[in-house]
Design a protein around this ligand. Structure first.
Ligand SMILES: Cc1ncc(COP(=O)(O)O)c(C=O)c1O
Length: 399
C-alpha cells in the first residue's frame, strides 16, 4: 500500500500515541487550530454577544457574526440564510416544527429514504403524529444509493418535502443532489439535505445543488460539539414562524403581543453558542485551507483501498457502493460487530459497531449491526493496516 498522508496527525492532540481512529463519521478529532480558537474564545476573549455595551462584547459580537458569514461562504449561501442550531438534529427538528408544521396538512406527503439517519426520520414521524402527514420511503439501488429513478416514480403533487442524506453515514454513498432537487421541484416539493457526512468531505454549493434546506453539525467537521447550522433560502426562512421563544429572537415584547426579530435571529432564542461558533469558524478555516477537493479525493481513495483489502478476505461482507466516500461498513462471518470492535480496541483501533442510528437500513441489509470504519483528513494507510491486522487477529481468536 502507498502512504498517503494529507494532514499530519500531530496537528491533532486527540490522535496522540499509536491510536488508529476510524470513527470520524461519529465525530472528528480536532486540530490544534480549532482547540486554540475555542480556548481563546472561552478565556482571553470571552464575553456575551449582541447586547453588551463594552468593547469586549462588541468584539465578540463581530466574531460571532463573522462566523455566520464564514458558514454562509462555506455553503455558498448568504449570511442571513444561516441559522445556528445545536447541530443537524436540531436543524431538522426546526424545519419540521416551523416550516413543515405551518405548511403541511393531513394528507400531504413527505419522501424519505431507507438509508436515513434517525434524525432525518423521527422528527417527521413526530410531525406525522401531530398533523396527519404521510411518510413514503424511497428504496435503494442494489449497491446502496438512494434510488432516484424510484423516487421519480413515487413522487406526486401531494409530496411537499423530500428529505435525503447527501452522504450515507453507514454506506458512504453519495446522493446526486441536483438530480434530487429537479425531481422534488417537478412536483412542487421542497428538498431538505442532511449534509452531516458530506460537509467534511465534499465541496458544497447550495445554489448549484438547488436544494431548499441544508443542515450539518460542526463536530463532524473538525469543529466543536453543540453547534451546527441550517441553511435555507431567505424567502423560505422569512415565511417561517419562530419555533422557540425567549431572549434574542424578539423585536418587542409586551404581555399583549410580541413581535419577532427577522430571520435568522428569529430562530435563535436565548444566549447563543458563542464559543462554539468561534470554534466552527476556525474549523471551516482549517478545512478550507486543506481544500475540500483534496479531502474528497483522499477519503474516496482511503475508502477504495480499505474496500480492496477487505474484499481480499472471504469472511467479510462489504456494504455500500464501490465509490463510497470516507465510510466503509462491513460484516465479518461468525463475529458480532461488537466483538470485533472490542478486539480492535485492544489493538488500538477505534471503529464503530452498531446500528449507526439507522435501524431501518439495518433491517434492509438484514443485519442487526455493522462494523464501520470512517476516515478523516488525518487518516492514512497505517490506519488501514492496523485495522486489517486487528481483523486477522479476531479471525484467529474466533477460529
Ligand atoms: C447522516 C447523519 N445525519 C444526522 C446526524 C446527526 O447529527 P448530530 O447528532 O450531530 O445532530 C448524523 C450523526 O451521526 C449523521 O451521520
Amino acid at each position: 500500500m502507498s502512504t498517503d498522508t494529507l494532514v499530519l496527525k500531530d496537528q491533532f492532540p486527540g490522535l496522540a500515541g499509536n491510536w488508529h481512529y476510524l470513527d470520524t463519521g461519529a465525530t472528528a478529532q480536532k486540530p490544534q487550530a480549532v482547540i486554540d480558537a475555542t480556548v481563546n474564545a472561552l478565556g482571553r476573549d470571552y464575553a456575551t454577544v449582541h447586547r453588551g455595551v463594552y468593547a469586549r462584547s462588541a468584539d465578540m459580537t463581530l466574531a460571532f457574526e463573522a462566523a455566520r458569514r464564514k458558514v454562509a461562504a462555506f455553503l455558498g449561501g448568504h449570511e442571513d440564510e444561516i441559522v445556528f442550531t445545536r447541530g443537524a438534529t436540531e436543524a431538522i427538528n426546526l424545519v419540521a416544527q416551523s416550516w413543515a408544521a405551518t405548511n403541511l396538512k393531513a394528507g400531504d406527503r413527505i419522501l424519505l429514504s431507507v438509508l436515513e439517519h434517525h434524525s432525518n426520520i423521527v422528527p417527521w414521524q413526530l410531525l406525522r403524529d401531530r398533523t396527519g402527514v404521510e411518510i413514503d420511503v424511497c428504496p435503494l439501488t442494489e449497491d446502496g444509493r438512494i434510488d432516484l429513478e424510484a423516487a421519480e416514480r413515487i413522487l406526486t403533487p401531494a409530496h411537499k418535502l423530500v428529505a435525503f442524506a447527501h452522504v450515507s453515514n453507514v454506506l458512504g454513498s453519495v446522493l446526486h443532489v441536483e438530480h434530487a432537487a429537479k425531481l422534488a421541484h417537478a412536483v412542487g416539493a421542497k428538498l431538505l439535505i442532511d449534509g452531516c457526512q458530506a460537509a467534511p468531505r465534499i465541496a458544497l454549493d447550495v445554489a448549484a445543488m438547488d436544494c431548499d434546506f441544508y443542515v450539518f453539525s460542526a463536530h463532524k467537521l473538525y469543529g466543536p460539539t453543540g453547534i451546527g447550522a441550517l441553511w435555507a433560502k431567505k424567502a423560505t426562512l422569512d415565511a417561517m414562524p419562530p419555533w422557540q421563544g425567549g431572549g434574542s429572537m424578539i423585536d418587542r415584547v409586551t404581555f399583549e403581543k410580541t413581535t419577532y426579530a427577522p430571520a435568522p435571529q428569529r430562530f435563535e432564542a436565548g444566549t447563543p453558542m458563542i464559543v462554539e461558533a468561534i470554534g466552527l469558524a476556525a474549523a471551516i478555516d482549517w478545512l478550507t485551507a486543506q481544500g475540500l477537493d483534496r479531502a474528497e479525493r483522499h477519503e474516496r481513495d482511503l475508502a477504495a483501498r480499505l474496500r480492496a483489502e477487505l474484499g481480499k478476505r472471504n469472511d467479510i461482507t462489504l456494504f455500500g457502493p464501490a465509490d463510497s466516500v470516507g465510510i466503509v461498513s462491513f460484516a465479518m462471518d461468525g463475529v458480532h460487530p461488537h466483538d470485533l470492535g472490542t478486539i480492535l480496541d485492544e489493538e488500538g483501533v477505534a471503529i464503530r459497531a452498531g446500528h449507526h442510528c439507522a435501524q431501518p437500513l439495518m433491517d434492509h441489509l438484514g443485519v442487526p449491526a455493522t462494523a464501520r470504519a470512517s476516515f478523516g483528513l488525518y487518516s492514512d494507510d497505517s490506519d488501514i493496516e492496523a485495522l486489517m491486522k486487528g481483523i486477522e487477529r479476531t479471525r484467529r481468536i474466533f477460529g
